[in-house]
Design a protein around this ligand. Sequence first.
Ligand SMILES: [Zn+2]
Length: 314
Amino acid sequence: MRSCVCLLAALLVAAAPIGAQPFAAPRDSATRVLMSRLATLSADSMEGRRTATPGSARARAWLVQQLTAMGAKPLGASYEQPFRLRPRGAGATDSITGVNIVARIPGRSTAGGMLVMSAHYDHLGVRNGEIFNGADDDASGCVVLLTVAEQLLRDPPQHDVILAFFDAEEMGLQGARAFVNAPPVPLASVAANLNLDMVARQDAGALWVSGTSHYPFLKAVAESASKASGVAVRFGHDTKDLKPGDDWTNSSDHGVFHGKGIPFLYLGVEDHPDYHKSGDDADKVDPAFYAKNVTFAGTLLRALDRALPRFPVR
Ligand SMILES: [Zn+2]
Protein backbone atom coordinates (compact mmCIF):
# COMPACT_ATOMS: atom_id res chain seq x y z
CA MET A 1 0.00 0.00 0.00
CA ARG A 2 0.77 3.66 -0.40
CA SER A 3 3.36 5.32 -2.52
CA CYS A 4 4.10 8.40 -0.44
CA VAL A 5 7.52 9.18 0.94
CA CYS A 6 6.70 11.67 3.64
CA LEU A 7 9.15 13.87 5.46
CA LEU A 8 8.44 12.09 8.70
CA ALA A 9 9.46 8.76 7.22
CA ALA A 10 12.67 10.32 5.93
CA LEU A 11 13.44 11.68 9.39
CA LEU A 12 12.75 8.30 10.94
CA VAL A 13 15.16 6.66 8.52
CA ALA A 14 17.80 9.14 9.60
CA ALA A 15 17.04 8.57 13.29
CA ALA A 16 16.64 4.78 13.23
CA PRO A 17 19.23 3.04 15.39
CA ILE A 18 21.46 0.62 13.55
CA GLY A 19 20.81 -2.99 14.54
CA ALA A 20 17.70 -2.14 16.56
CA GLN A 21 16.70 -4.90 18.96
CA PRO A 22 13.47 -6.84 18.42
CA PHE A 23 10.68 -6.09 20.85
CA ALA A 24 10.26 -8.24 23.97
CA ALA A 25 8.07 -11.33 23.65
CA PRO A 26 4.44 -10.68 24.62
CA ARG A 27 3.25 -12.06 27.94
CA ASP A 28 -0.51 -12.45 27.61
CA SER A 29 -1.91 -15.32 25.57
CA ALA A 30 -4.08 -13.22 23.22
CA THR A 31 -1.06 -11.13 22.20
CA ARG A 32 1.05 -14.28 21.83
CA VAL A 33 -1.53 -15.70 19.41
CA LEU A 34 -1.62 -12.39 17.55
CA MET A 35 2.15 -12.27 17.15
CA SER A 36 2.38 -15.95 16.26
CA ARG A 37 -0.15 -15.48 13.47
CA LEU A 38 1.65 -12.37 12.24
CA ALA A 39 4.96 -14.26 12.18
CA THR A 40 3.39 -17.16 10.26
CA LEU A 41 1.72 -15.04 7.58
CA SER A 42 4.87 -12.96 7.10
CA ALA A 43 7.32 -15.88 7.27
CA ASP A 44 9.97 -16.38 4.57
CA SER A 45 8.10 -19.54 3.52
CA MET A 46 5.29 -17.32 2.16
CA GLU A 47 7.84 -15.76 -0.21
CA GLY A 48 6.33 -12.28 0.01
CA ARG A 49 2.81 -13.40 -1.06
CA ARG A 50 3.00 -11.89 -4.53
CA THR A 51 -0.20 -12.52 -6.52
CA ALA A 52 -0.25 -15.77 -8.55
CA THR A 53 2.88 -17.28 -6.95
CA PRO A 54 3.34 -20.46 -4.88
CA GLY A 55 3.93 -18.26 -1.80
CA SER A 56 0.59 -16.56 -2.36
CA ALA A 57 -1.10 -19.97 -2.58
CA ARG A 58 0.54 -21.01 0.70
CA ALA A 59 -0.65 -17.82 2.42
CA ARG A 60 -4.15 -18.41 1.07
CA ALA A 61 -4.20 -22.02 2.27
CA TRP A 62 -3.16 -20.86 5.74
CA LEU A 63 -5.85 -18.16 5.87
CA VAL A 64 -8.51 -20.62 4.72
CA GLN A 65 -7.36 -23.13 7.33
CA GLN A 66 -7.62 -20.46 10.05
CA LEU A 67 -11.15 -19.47 8.97
CA THR A 68 -12.26 -23.10 8.72
CA ALA A 69 -10.85 -23.96 12.15
CA MET A 70 -12.70 -21.10 13.85
CA GLY A 71 -15.97 -21.96 12.09
CA ALA A 72 -16.32 -18.88 9.88
CA LYS A 73 -18.37 -19.77 6.80
CA PRO A 74 -17.45 -18.74 3.27
CA LEU A 75 -19.54 -16.17 1.46
CA GLY A 76 -21.01 -18.42 -1.23
CA ALA A 77 -19.83 -21.90 -2.11
CA SER A 78 -16.14 -21.30 -1.47
CA TYR A 79 -13.91 -18.91 0.46
CA GLU A 80 -11.89 -18.42 -2.70
CA GLN A 81 -13.16 -15.97 -5.33
CA PRO A 82 -10.80 -15.92 -8.33
CA PHE A 83 -10.54 -13.08 -10.84
CA ARG A 84 -8.36 -12.24 -13.82
CA LEU A 85 -6.04 -9.26 -13.86
CA ARG A 86 -3.29 -7.81 -15.96
CA PRO A 87 -0.19 -6.97 -13.88
CA ARG A 88 1.11 -3.44 -14.08
CA GLY A 89 4.51 -2.54 -15.43
CA ALA A 90 6.46 -2.56 -18.65
CA GLY A 91 6.19 -5.74 -20.69
CA ALA A 92 3.30 -7.08 -18.61
CA THR A 93 0.90 -8.41 -21.20
CA ASP A 94 -0.34 -11.79 -20.00
CA SER A 95 -3.21 -11.78 -17.57
CA ILE A 96 -2.92 -13.77 -14.36
CA THR A 97 -5.39 -15.07 -11.80
CA GLY A 98 -5.79 -13.42 -8.41
CA VAL A 99 -7.91 -14.91 -5.64
CA ASN A 100 -9.84 -13.02 -2.97
CA ILE A 101 -10.79 -14.88 0.20
CA VAL A 102 -14.24 -13.92 1.46
CA ALA A 103 -16.08 -15.12 4.58
CA ARG A 104 -19.40 -14.06 6.08
CA ILE A 105 -20.34 -13.79 9.75
CA PRO A 106 -24.15 -13.79 9.93
CA GLY A 107 -25.78 -11.06 12.00
CA ARG A 108 -28.52 -11.63 14.59
CA SER A 109 -30.97 -9.27 12.90
CA THR A 110 -32.83 -9.83 9.63
CA ALA A 111 -32.74 -6.09 8.99
CA GLY A 112 -30.85 -5.05 5.88
CA GLY A 113 -27.37 -3.67 5.64
CA MET A 114 -23.96 -5.22 6.14
CA LEU A 115 -20.37 -4.23 6.78
CA VAL A 116 -17.31 -5.24 4.77
CA MET A 117 -14.11 -5.49 6.83
CA SER A 118 -11.05 -5.82 4.61
CA ALA A 119 -7.29 -6.23 4.46
CA HIS A 120 -4.98 -7.40 1.67
CA TYR A 121 -2.91 -10.57 1.94
CA ASP A 122 -0.72 -10.04 -1.13
CA HIS A 123 2.62 -8.23 -1.01
CA LEU A 124 5.64 -7.69 -3.23
CA GLY A 125 7.16 -11.19 -3.43
CA VAL A 126 10.88 -11.79 -3.98
CA ARG A 127 13.13 -9.21 -5.68
CA ASN A 128 16.81 -9.76 -6.42
CA GLY A 129 16.84 -12.70 -4.04
CA GLU A 130 15.34 -10.71 -1.16
CA ILE A 131 11.99 -11.70 0.33
CA PHE A 132 9.62 -8.83 1.03
CA ASN A 133 7.68 -10.30 3.96
CA GLY A 134 5.20 -7.45 4.40
CA ALA A 135 4.55 -8.06 8.10
CA ASP A 136 3.00 -4.63 8.53
CA ASP A 137 1.88 -4.38 4.88
CA ASP A 138 -0.51 -6.06 5.22
CA ALA A 139 -0.19 -9.33 7.14
CA SER A 140 -1.00 -7.11 10.13
CA GLY A 141 -4.45 -6.22 8.78
CA CYS A 142 -5.25 -9.83 7.83
CA VAL A 143 -4.43 -11.06 11.33
CA VAL A 144 -6.70 -8.39 12.82
CA LEU A 145 -9.51 -9.70 10.61
CA LEU A 146 -8.93 -13.23 11.94
CA THR A 147 -8.97 -11.97 15.54
CA VAL A 148 -12.14 -9.91 15.08
CA ALA A 149 -13.80 -12.83 13.27
CA GLU A 150 -13.28 -15.02 16.35
CA GLN A 151 -14.85 -12.35 18.55
CA LEU A 152 -17.84 -11.99 16.20
CA LEU A 153 -18.41 -15.74 16.10
CA ARG A 154 -18.50 -15.84 19.91
CA ASP A 155 -20.83 -12.84 20.15
CA PRO A 156 -22.56 -12.27 16.80
CA PRO A 157 -23.07 -8.76 15.44
CA GLN A 158 -26.51 -7.33 14.61
CA HIS A 159 -25.74 -7.11 10.89
CA ASP A 160 -23.86 -9.43 8.57
CA VAL A 161 -20.12 -8.81 8.48
CA ILE A 162 -18.22 -9.75 5.33
CA LEU A 163 -14.52 -10.45 5.88
CA ALA A 164 -12.57 -9.79 2.69
CA PHE A 165 -8.91 -10.76 2.38
CA PHE A 166 -8.10 -9.09 -0.91
CA ASP A 167 -5.42 -10.16 -3.40
CA ALA A 168 -3.47 -7.92 -5.81
CA GLU A 169 -3.75 -4.71 -3.80
CA GLU A 170 -0.09 -4.05 -4.58
CA MET A 171 -0.90 -4.33 -8.30
CA GLY A 172 -3.40 -1.47 -8.12
CA LEU A 173 -6.24 -2.43 -5.75
CA GLN A 174 -7.23 -5.13 -8.23
CA GLY A 175 -8.79 -7.60 -5.79
CA ALA A 176 -11.06 -4.94 -4.31
CA ARG A 177 -11.89 -3.76 -7.83
CA ALA A 178 -12.89 -7.31 -8.83
CA PHE A 179 -15.07 -7.50 -5.70
CA VAL A 180 -17.05 -4.33 -6.45
CA ASN A 181 -17.23 -4.94 -10.21
CA ALA A 182 -18.75 -8.41 -9.75
CA PRO A 183 -20.10 -8.07 -6.23
CA PRO A 184 -21.00 -11.29 -4.38
CA VAL A 185 -23.56 -9.21 -2.43
CA PRO A 186 -25.59 -6.22 -3.67
CA LEU A 187 -23.41 -3.13 -3.24
CA ALA A 188 -26.49 -1.18 -2.14
CA SER A 189 -26.57 -3.39 0.96
CA VAL A 190 -22.96 -2.60 1.92
CA ALA A 191 -23.36 0.14 4.52
CA ALA A 192 -19.63 0.74 4.99
CA ASN A 193 -16.15 -0.63 4.40
CA LEU A 194 -13.65 -0.79 7.27
CA ASN A 195 -10.24 -1.32 5.65
CA LEU A 196 -7.02 -2.09 7.52
CA ASP A 197 -3.65 -1.77 5.82
CA MET A 198 -0.46 -1.35 7.90
CA VAL A 199 -1.69 -1.32 11.49
CA ALA A 200 1.21 -2.80 13.46
CA ARG A 201 4.18 -0.42 13.41
CA GLN A 202 4.65 2.25 16.05
CA ASP A 203 7.48 4.28 14.48
CA ALA A 204 5.38 7.46 14.34
CA GLY A 205 3.43 6.42 17.42
CA ALA A 206 -0.12 6.75 16.16
CA LEU A 207 -2.90 4.83 14.49
CA TRP A 208 -4.78 6.98 11.99
CA VAL A 209 -8.47 6.85 11.17
CA SER A 210 -8.97 8.15 7.66
CA GLY A 211 -12.20 8.82 5.77
CA THR A 212 -14.21 11.02 8.10
CA SER A 213 -13.70 14.14 5.98
CA HIS A 214 -15.65 12.32 3.23
CA TYR A 215 -18.16 10.74 5.63
CA PRO A 216 -18.44 13.08 8.64
CA PHE A 217 -21.20 10.99 10.22
CA LEU A 218 -18.61 8.27 10.87
CA LYS A 219 -16.41 10.50 13.02
CA ALA A 220 -18.60 10.25 16.13
CA VAL A 221 -18.70 6.46 15.67
CA ALA A 222 -14.90 6.26 15.58
CA GLU A 223 -14.58 8.68 18.50
CA SER A 224 -16.92 6.54 20.57
CA ALA A 225 -14.82 3.45 19.75
CA SER A 226 -11.66 5.29 20.76
CA LYS A 227 -13.23 6.28 24.07
CA ALA A 228 -14.69 2.85 24.76
CA SER A 229 -11.45 1.03 23.97
CA GLY A 230 -9.16 3.57 25.62
CA VAL A 231 -7.04 3.64 22.45
CA ALA A 232 -6.10 7.10 21.20
CA VAL A 233 -6.28 7.58 17.41
CA ARG A 234 -5.72 10.50 15.05
CA PHE A 235 -8.06 11.62 12.29
CA GLY A 236 -7.00 12.82 8.84
CA HIS A 237 -4.98 11.96 5.73
CA ASP A 238 -8.18 12.31 3.71
CA THR A 239 -8.31 15.83 2.25
CA LYS A 240 -7.23 17.13 -1.15
CA ASP A 241 -5.22 20.06 0.25
CA LEU A 242 -2.51 17.68 1.52
CA LYS A 243 0.67 17.22 -0.44
CA PRO A 244 0.79 14.27 -2.87
CA GLY A 245 0.87 10.95 -1.05
CA ASP A 246 -0.45 12.31 2.23
CA ASP A 247 -4.09 12.10 1.15
CA TRP A 248 -4.76 8.36 1.63
CA THR A 249 -8.27 8.44 0.14
CA ASN A 250 -7.30 6.18 -2.77
CA SER A 251 -4.14 4.62 -1.40
CA SER A 252 -5.54 1.21 -0.45
CA ASP A 253 -8.59 -0.97 -1.12
CA HIS A 254 -11.05 1.38 0.63
CA GLY A 255 -10.57 3.76 -2.34
CA VAL A 256 -12.46 1.34 -4.56
CA PHE A 257 -15.45 1.29 -2.19
CA HIS A 258 -15.31 5.09 -1.96
CA GLY A 259 -15.37 5.19 -5.77
CA LYS A 260 -18.71 3.38 -5.64
CA GLY A 261 -20.08 5.84 -3.08
CA ILE A 262 -19.76 3.36 -0.20
CA PRO A 263 -18.69 5.07 3.04
CA PHE A 264 -15.33 3.89 4.39
CA LEU A 265 -13.03 4.15 7.35
CA TYR A 266 -9.41 3.25 6.86
CA LEU A 267 -7.01 2.36 9.69
CA GLY A 268 -3.27 2.67 9.11
CA VAL A 269 0.04 4.05 10.34
CA GLU A 270 2.43 6.53 8.76
CA ASP A 271 5.01 5.12 6.37
CA HIS A 272 8.06 3.78 8.21
CA PRO A 273 11.67 3.04 7.21
CA ASP A 274 10.75 -0.53 6.19
CA TYR A 275 7.75 0.50 4.09
CA HIS A 276 7.96 -1.54 0.85
CA LYS A 277 11.40 -2.79 1.93
CA SER A 278 12.64 -6.30 2.65
CA GLY A 279 12.94 -5.32 6.34
CA ASP A 280 9.17 -5.19 6.94
CA ASP A 281 9.41 -8.16 9.34
CA ALA A 282 7.32 -9.31 12.31
CA ASP A 283 10.16 -8.74 14.80
CA LYS A 284 9.95 -4.98 14.14
CA VAL A 285 6.39 -4.93 15.50
CA ASP A 286 5.78 -3.72 19.05
CA PRO A 287 3.29 -6.32 20.37
CA ALA A 288 1.72 -3.84 22.82
CA PHE A 289 1.02 -1.23 20.11
CA TYR A 290 -0.34 -3.84 17.72
CA ALA A 291 -2.57 -5.39 20.40
CA LYS A 292 -4.03 -1.95 21.21
CA ASN A 293 -4.86 -1.41 17.56
CA VAL A 294 -6.58 -4.79 17.39
CA THR A 295 -8.71 -3.77 20.38
CA PHE A 296 -9.62 -0.50 18.67
CA ALA A 297 -10.49 -2.20 15.37
CA GLY A 298 -12.76 -4.73 17.09
CA THR A 299 -14.46 -1.99 19.11
CA LEU A 300 -14.90 0.15 16.00
CA LEU A 301 -16.49 -2.72 14.07
CA ARG A 302 -19.00 -3.19 16.92
CA ALA A 303 -19.69 0.56 17.00
CA LEU A 304 -20.33 0.62 13.24
CA ASP A 305 -22.65 -2.37 13.61
CA ARG A 306 -24.69 -0.57 16.30
CA ALA A 307 -24.77 2.75 14.44
CA LEU A 308 -25.63 1.24 11.03
CA PRO A 309 -29.43 1.81 11.25
CA ARG A 310 -28.74 5.55 11.68
CA PHE A 311 -26.43 5.88 8.66
CA PRO A 312 -27.73 8.39 6.05
CA VAL A 313 -29.68 6.79 3.21
CA ARG A 314 -27.76 6.86 -0.05
ZN1 LIG B 1 -0.75 -2.34 1.86
